[in-house]
Design a protein around this ligand. Structure first.
Ligand SMILES: *Cc1c(COP(=O)(O)O)cnc(C)c1O
Ligand code: SF4
Length: 430
C-alpha cells in the first residue's frame, strides 16, 4: 500500500484545497465566519474520498466537516461577520467578540467541568472523568485533536486553545495513581479528541502501564476514535501502522479486551477500500470494534440510512453500540431533532435489521442524571407520555427503572421535559 501523507486544512490554508475554489461565495463566507467560533479542520483523505463535491451543500460529509451559516444563530453570525469586516477592530476586540459568543454556546453541558472530575490525595486528577462506577474516561494530553473536526462536535471547547476549557492528563500521569486505587473500575476509555492521533510510542505510554498486575481490576481498555472514518491509513499505511497493530495485539494477548469504539455518522464513511482494510487489520489483532454516533439533522436524519449502515457494520464484523442524541451545546440548533422524531427514526431503523444489529442502545441523552434513553411513547389514563430509562447513572440503583415524562412534541433535550401526571420530580431527583 502506498503511503499517503496526512495534509490538514484549516482556515489558514483552505484556499489550497482545489475543491474549495468551486464553493459559492456565501459558502466561503459562512465557513470563514463560523470557523472563528467553532473548530474547523478537514484533511486530504476526507476531502478527496468522502465528500461528493457534486452534491454541495447537501452532501452529508460536507455538512459533517464544513461550517454552514445556520450553525450559529443569526445574531451571533452577524456579530462575528461585522467584527471580521470592520478594519477598525484590534486583535483584542476580535478575541473578545469570539470569547463572548463561545461562552453563550454552553461550552460545558451536563456539569462536565465540575461534577465528574475525581481527586487523588485531595487534588483534582487532570484529564480524568469518573461519572459511572465501572468506567473512567481518560483524556491523553497528546490526543486532544482529531484527523478532521466534526461541525457538531460536543467536545469543541477542547480544540479552541483555551486551556481552562480543556481536559488533559498531566506530565506526571497522576491518572494512573487514581486508576490503581479505584478497584471498582473495570473499564478505562481513552478519549479526546482522538487518541489515535498519537504516534505508536505515545499510545504505548498510555496503554502499556495498564497491563501490569496493579491494574488487574481493569478488564477492558477502550479507545474512542473517529480515525477509521477520517484516517484509516492509521491502521494500514502510516509509518508506524504495524507498531500500532502490534500494540493492540499485545493488549489482547495479555488477557484484557481492547475495544475500539468507532464513531461513524454516515454510511458514506464506510465505502473506501482502505476503510475496509483498516477494519480487517484491527480485527486481526483480536480487537472488537463497536460503533456509535449521534443523530444529526442535515447529516443522518434518515432511518433507512441507519438501517443500511448498521447492516453494513455487522457485515464487516462491527457491533452497533450507541445511538446518541446530540448534546445541548455549540451548534445544537442546527442539528437537533425533536425527541419524538428521534425515537421514530431509531425505531424504524431497528425494525429493518436483524437481532445482531439490535445491540444498538438509545436514543440516549448524556444529561446531568446520566444516560437517559427514550424507550417509547404511550398514553396512560388519557395522558400522552414518554417512557424513559437511565442506561447509565451515577447511582447504579437507578439504572433501567422506567419513568415517565409528559409528552412534548417539540422538546429536543432532557431538561425540557417534566414528570408526567403533575409530579414535581423524577424518581432520581427525590
Ligand atoms: C457513556 C459513558 C461511559 C461509558 O458507558 P458504558 O455504558 O459503559 O459504555 C462512561 N463515562 C461517561 C461519562 C459516559 O458518558
Ligand atoms: S471525532 Fe469526535 S472529538 Fe473529534 S471532532 Fe468529531 S466528534 Fe469531536
Amino acid at each position: 500500500m502506498n503511503q499517503t501523507t496526512l495534509k490538514l486544512y484549516t482556515l489558514r490554508n483552505i484556499e489550497q484545497l482545489p475543491q474549495y475554489q468551486q464553493l459559492e461565495p456565501e459558502a466561503k463566507e459562512a465557513l470563514r465566519v463560523v470557523a472563528h467560533i467553532l473548530p474547523f479542520r478537514v484533511n486530504n483523505y476526507v476531502a478527496e474520498n468522502l465528500i461528493d463535491w457534486n452534491n454541495i451543500p447537501n452532501d452529508p460529509i460536507y455538512q459533517l466537516t464544513f461550517m454552514q451559516k445556520g450553525m450559529l444563530d443569526e445574531s451571533h453570525y452577524n456579530l462575528m461577520k461585522t467584527a471580521l469586516s470592520d478594519s477598525g477592530q484590534t486583535e483584542g476586540d476580535l478575541a473578545a467578540t469570539i470569547f463572548k459568543i463561545r461562552n453563550e454556546l454552553n461550552p460545558h453541558p451536563a456539569g462536565q467541568l465540575s461534577s465528574n472530575v475525581p481527586s487523588f490525595e485531595d487534588r483534582p486528577v487532570p484529564g480524568v472523568q469518573h461519572k459511572y462506577k465501572q468506567t473512567a474516561l481518560v483524556f491523553p494530553s497528546a490526543g486532544q485533536q482529531c484527523h478532521s473536526y466534526c461541525t457538531f462536535c460536543f467536545r469543541w471547547p477542547q480544540f479552541i486553545g483555551e486551556n481552562d476549557l480543556k481536559f488533559a492528563t498531566d506530565q506526571q500521569m497522576t491518572y494512573l495513581k487514581y486508576l490503581k486505587e479505584h478497584e471498582e473500575l473495570t473499564d478505562v476509555l481513552f478519549t479526546g479528541g482522538d487518541p489515535m492521533v498519537m504516534n505508536s510510542k505515545l499510545l504505548q505510554k498510555y496503554l502499556e502501564p495498564l497491563l501490569s498486575p496493579e491494574y488487574n481490576h481493569i478488564q477492558n481498555i477502550r479507545i474512542g476514535s473517529k480515525s477509521l472514518s477520517y484516517w484509516p491509513q492509521r491502521f494500514v499505511s502510516d509509518k508506524d501502522s504495524q507498531e500500532v497493530l502490534d500494540l493492540f495485539k499485545r493488549v489482547n494477548d495479555s488477557g484484557k479486551q481492547l475495544a475500539f469504539m468507532a464513531h461513524i455518522n454516515h454510511i458514506n464513511e464506510m465505502q473506501t477500500d482502505i476503510f475496509q482494510e483498516a477494519i480487517h487489520n484491527i480485527r486481526q489483532t483480536g480487537t472488537q470494534i463497536r460503533t456509535q454516533a449521534p443523530l444529526l439533522r442535515h447529516i443522518n436524519d434518515d432511518s433507512a440510512m441507519w438501517a443500511k449502515m448498521w447492516k453494513e457494520q455487522v457485515r464487516l464484523g462491527m457491533i452497533p453500540y450507541y445511538f446518541f442524541i446530540e448534546r445541548d451545546t455549540g451548534p445544537k440548533n442546527y442539528f437537533s431533532l425533536p425527541l419524538a422524531k428521534t425515537w421514530e427514526i431509531y425505531k424504524n431503523a431497528l425494525q429493518e435489521v436483524s437481532g445482531l444489529a439490535r445491540t444498538v442502545r438509545g436514543p440516549s441523552m448524556s444529561a446531568h442524571p446520566g444516560k437517559v434513553a427514550i424507550e417509547g411513547m404511550n398514553v396512560i389514563n388519557g395522558e400522552k407520555v414518554f417512557v424513559l430509562t437511565l442506561l447509565q447513572a451515577r447511582n447504579p440503583d437507578h439504572i433501567k427503572k422506567p419513568f415517565l415524562a409528559k409528552y412534548d412534541e417539540n422538546a429536543v433535550w432532557f431538561d425540557e421535559l417534566v414528570p408526567a401526571f403533575g409530579e414535581s420530580k423524577f424518581f432520581f431527583e427525590k
